[in-house]
Ligand binder design. Sequence first.
Ligand code: AMP
Length: 402
Amino acid sequence: MKILVINSGSSSIKFQLLDMEEERVLASGLVERIGEASGLLATKFNPDTEQQQVVKLEQQIADHRQGMLAAIALLTDADQGIIKDASEIGAIGHRVVHGGEDFHQPTVISKEVLEAITANIPLAPLHNPANLDGITVAMDLFPAVPQVAVFDTAFHQSMPPHAYMYALPHAYYTEDRVRRYGFHGTSHKFVATETAKMLGKPLGECNLITIHLGNGCSMTAVENGVSVDTSLGMTPLEGLVMGTRSGDVDPAIHTFLHRNKGMSLDDIDEVLNKESGLKGLCGMNDMRDIHDAIAQGDERAKLALEVQTYRNKKYIGAYMAVLGRVDGLVFTAGIGENDPDVRALSLKGLEAFGVKIDARLNDQRVKEPLQISSADSTIPVLVIPTNEELAIARETLAIVQG
Ligand code: AMP
């Protein structure tokens, strides 16, 4: 079956067409600058093969509907296209950021599901409306094709109350749904599943710490295959130090900034999400630039690396305590897969807890699943490239095949 995966943002649509017989990517593309004077549609056909072909089109894309139509027109183009017509698409999988407490797993989209995603807009005011745009257009264009919502939050719905409750007045939870939800769930579940395969154990018997370090960063404690704690909270701001997001801060800093600098709540929200993290600490949010700057003697870049990796280590220690027994530590995403220094610094000092990496194995950008721990490490350390599109396609296939 061919599955189209859609990740719809406020002004963009990311899409991938996969042939699930061989789990092969047929085409992968991005519609950008929707609603602006000039939009861009870029598609790679057969991206993982020698026949790769890239097509870029600049044209005005008024809205998500036009964007989706342009993408489908390219996929089915008589000369360049990869499928004869859209009826070859067996199912569509949509990434949805916030499922609140309503969704514990991927779900076929119905009227009730659309209503529930809409009801969760207050929890993800930027993401859920954009996700809904993509879903409604796809449902309208392909009414006969099953459409599945795969939620970023669903994997973490197994967290127990003692992990998801904030120590705030209880009514904030019962009336306003203020609690920890966690995100990146599709990625954490995917790498946990792949790690179990590598360890040769059923996922349901694995205790793992999955460490997703990209532009957004999060860590999850996986007990017997399910998430029991994760570092992102009610919003994707809590926890680890990210590219531009602060992660954990003393909540009283909000009041301090307001009183002492006259900043509004919106200003503070903007700073914590877009001007903090690595960028706040050293002015750069791409780890590659940070390494270049460190090589030039930039002390603030060095500090940014230290603050991020120290926070990683603190969370690893916390999740070791949560799990008691750890069968594997796994790094993934842009930094986790590509940055040996971040991996080594995040684990430095954990040797006494049975975590030892092999410096030679660690010293590479990892493209395929790889164990990087040394032979005498009691806890295996792995790097597993994440693949959220494939994960969404697999979840979608499993749902439509019952
Ligand atoms: P992601 O959000 O998973 O796409 O990760 C994006 C981030 O990965 C970038 O902002 C970089 O900080 C980081 N990254 C990508 N490639 C490398 C690399 N070769 N070395 C270190 N960090 C990298």
